[in-house]
Ligand binder design. Structure first.
Ligand SMILES: [Zn+2]
Length: 211
């Protein structure tokens, strides 16, 4: 999302779809699928989606049931939009790390309280991400973001952050996303990576050991 009309925002990189108005220009980049569809096709796609943590009416039990019936690894399941909608690769890696979950734990071996804690965390993280148009997973940045929201309201924060700073308000840093080979910030082990569900999964082999 950029402020201003399309004429002020030259296209850079691979933009799949551009929506432009007088006040802002939004570019869609890197979607898994980008296609023009009919309203009927849209309904069919939405019906196949798992619960979205950003929605007030989301039912986490639907996601939990699917995960607990599967032998696939939780790192793979979190990327399946039929299980849970709206969680991309960064949130997948970071939320598994935040809860010290081995990404290769089979869904049917994931404890209920672990799922519940991860869901609650995703609800919190995704709302902050939406407010700031930036993915935040580091505790100090989350605390700062929540303090700013508490000091005003989310709308004020968004209005004040429009312009170049929206999406760049906080320093871009993560627990382990794109940090292959660098030391884990908690234990010092090298961050590992492997392609899982088509995207690079990052994890710490020591902090995220299966119990
Ligand atoms: Zn570690």
């Amino acid at each position: 999302m950029h402020p201003g009309p399309a004429a002020l925002n030259p296209v850079t990189g691979q933009v799949r779809l551009r929506i432009a108005g007088e006040l802002a220009t939004a570019d869609l980049r890197g979607p898994n699928v980008c296609a023009l569809i009919t309203p009927e096709q849209q309904d069919a796609i939405l019906a196949r989606l798992g619960p979205d943590p950003l929605r007030e009416d989301a039912d986490p039990e639907r996601a939990r049931t699917r995960i607990q019936r599967s032998r696939k690894g939780i790192g793979e399941l979190l990327m399946d939009q039929a299980v849970l909608a709206g969680v991309g690769n960064v949130y997948r890696c970071e939320v598994l790390y935040r809860h010290r979950v081995d990404p290769f734990t089979p869904g049917n071996a994931l404890k209920r309280k672990t799922f519940d804690a991860m869901w609650a965390d995703l609800v919190r993280l995704l709302r902050i991400g939406l407010t700031y148009n930036q993915i935040l997973t580091m505790d100090d940045q989350i605390d700062e973001a929540e303090a700013l929201i508490a000091a005003g309201d989310a709308d004020t924060v968004q209005t004040e952050l429009t312009g170049r700073r929206l999406g760049e308000h906080f320093e871009r840093r993560f627990w382990l996303y794109k940090r292959t080979g660098e030391p884990c910030l908690v234990c010092g082990s090298k961050v590992r990576s492997q392609v899982v569900a088509g995207r690079n999964l990052y994890w710490c082999g020591r902090c995220q050991r299966r119990h």
